[in-house]
Structures are given as structure tokens and as C-alpha cells.
Design a protein around this ligand. Structure first.
Ligand SMILES: [Fe+2]
Ligand SMILES: [Fe+2]
Length: 309
């Protein structure tokens, strides 16, 4: 099984927090070192896949995510690896290349899992290398920020309900934590890039970043609307985590996961997001957009939970 021991960076004092500046060399070293030092070295081919009974196998096969997950992880790996190849700063290069390796490992784990359990996936072509790797990484990374917030909550519901074998849960818990590290890296990397730009150019950066985040959010809303209408969903990454709407899966997951109000689901997502990001150095920035929007929404949502997630 996988090694799950984590070496977390040390907590810092209030004085360290005051002297720390976003965009400084120290900031870059910290977010890169945090990423590299919390990497778990293991080989996908060493994973011991648990034997599962017929019912568990049917549940696993019933998850309508495998095609999208295999395709998206492979595409993300190429996007991140291309930036890792292009980056000239050795500190950033090491961390970005390692993130590309982890995304490739996610793709490999999904390929091995589907092969091991006889889950058929549609073939897909070789992912294209991005023409502008910096902005492609930024766009993909913010997409991961949007997806991960909800994926953390959904994963915890699955974990608590023991919907899947505990060893499978452990493997995917590892992947979830890697995604938490990815989004921690992306928001710090983006803030570092912005801070290194001359002041007059920062509004241009902000506008382009806002445009990319909006495009990713729109992609997810479009996917959600298509799902609500019985379509196939969409989005660059959300299919991996949110296309759980095929009828059989929805019915089964309803009985196994139980009833969640929209409020309790969002509260769970917020708590899991906080938990997954809490071990890292407090001087590092955390994704703020989705957690902030959800906190606002929680202020207006009724407490008696008439609306259902
Ligand atoms: Fe991934
Ligand atoms: Fe990722």
C-alpha cells in the first residue's frame, strides 16, 4: 500500500509572518519547498489493489467518471509538464515538473485501476502540448481550485459512508491531498507572478486571470445545467468529480450517501477544504474565491435546510 506519512513544514512565529512578503524570493522558495517536501514517492505499479466483492465492483463500475478522469488527468499532466520543461527558474522548475509528474501518476493510477477491475474506458488521443504553458497552467490550476472545494466534500461523504473498499478510499485520499497541494501551489505561484510584474502591468494580469477564472466557472455552470437537463455535463475537469448523475449511480448514491441539505453539504466542503489545507505553512496563500463565495452563501441559506444538495 502507499506510504501515508507526511512531513509537514514547521509552523512559524508571528515575527516570521510580518517579515514575509508575497512575491519575494523567500515566498517562491517556501511554496516550492512546501510542494517538493510533501511529495510522496511511490510507484503506481506497486499499488496493491484490494479484492472487492460483486456489489462493490458494481458500484465502482457504476461511477460515471472513468472516461473523463482518464482523459483529463492525461491532458493535465501534459499541460503541467510542458510548463515544467519551459520554466527557467530552477526552484520553480523542480516544483512544477514534480506537479506534472504527479498528474501523470494520477493518469497512470486511473489506467491501472480501470484495467484491474475490468472497467472499460474510451480511448483518447495523445494530449496536445499547450502553446502558452504559463496561462494554460494558470487556467487549469484555477479550474482545480473550483473543482477541489466540492470534491473534498463529496469524497468525505463517500469515505464516511464506506461506499468503497477502505483501501480504495486510502488511495484516493492520497490523490485528494495531492490536489490540495496543487491548488495551494497554484494560488501562490499566480500571486508570485503577479507581484513580480511592474505595477502598471498588474491590472492587465488581473484582468486576464479574472477572465480565465470566469471561463472556468462558466464551464462548470454549463456542465451543471447540462447534467440537470440530463445531458452529459462538460468542463475541463469537473467531469472527473461531478458527473455523478447517471440514473443508476444517482439512485444508489442517494440511498448510500443519505440526505444532505445544501447548507450541510457546503459546510462539509468548507470544513474539508480547511482541513486539507491546514497542515501547510500559514504564510502561504490559500484559495479564497470559492470558500469566500460559499461563506457568503451560507449567511443567506436557511438553517432548516429545505433546499437539497
Ligand atoms: Fe490530478
Ligand atoms: Fe492537480
Amino acid at each position: 500500500m502507499l506510504p501515508f506519512l507526511v512531513k509537514w513544514p514547521e509552523r512559524r512565529s508571528g515575527k516570521d509572518m510580518e517579515d514575509f512578503r508575497i512575491g519575494s524570493e523567500e515566498h517562491a522558495r517556501l511554496f516550492c519547498r512546501t510542494f517538493v517536501e510533501t511529495h510522496h514517492p511511490f510507484r503506481p505499479q506497486d499499488i496493491v489493489w484490494p479484492e472487492i466483492d460483486e456489489e462493490s465492483l458494481a458500484r465502482l463500475k457504476g461511477l460515471p467518471v472513468w472516461d473523463e478522469a482518464a482523459r483529463t488527468e492525461a491532458a493535465t499532466a501534459v499541460k503541467v509538464q510542458t510548463l515544467g520543461d519551459a520554466e527557467t527558474d530552477p526552484t520553480l522548475k523542480e516544483a512544477i515538473a514534480l506537479q506534472g509528474y504527479e498528474e501523470g501518476r494520477h493518469a497512470e493510477i486511473i489506467a491501472l485501476l480501470t484495467k484491474n477491475y475490468g472497467i472499460a474506458t474510451a480511448p483518447f488521443g495523445e494530449p496536445e502540448k499547450p502553446k502558452n504553458p504559463t496561462w494554460t497552467f494558470l487556467r487549469t490550476g484555477y479550474g482545480e481550485c473550483l473543482d477541489s472545494f466540492f470534491a473534498f466534500g463529496l469524497f468525505d461523504i463517500g469515505r464516511r459512508s464506506e461506499f468503497f473498499h477502505k483501501d480504495l478510499i486510502a488511495i484516493f485520499d492520497q490523490i485528494m491531498q495531492e490536489e490540495a497541494r496543487h491548488i495551494l501551489f497554484i494560488v501562490n505561484w499566480a500571486a508570485y507572478l503577479r507581484a513580480r510584474k511592474p505595477l502598471p502591468l498588474r491590472p492587465v494580469f488581473d484582468a486576464r486571470r479574472a477572465w480565465n477564472i470566469t471561463a472556468q466557472a462558466f464551464d462548470r455552470v454549463k456542465g451543471a445545467l447540462q447534467m440537470a437537463g440530463g445531458g452529459n455535463g462538460g468542463g475541463e475537469k469537473n467531469g472527473e468529480k461531478a458527473k455523478g448523475t447517471q440514473t443508476g449511480f444517482t439512485l444508489k448514491s442517494h440511498t448510500v450517501f443519505g440526505d444532505f441539505t445544501l447548507r450541510s453539504f457546503l459546510e462539509l466542503c468548507a470544513a474539508e477544504n480547511e482541513r486539507r489545507l491546514s497542515p501547510y505553512d500559514p504564510r502561504l496563500l490559500r484559495p479564497a474565491l470559492v470558500p469566500g463565495a460559499v461563506q457568503l452563501l451560507l449567511k443567506v441559506l436557511p438553517r432548516n435546510g429545505r433546499r437539497r444538495a
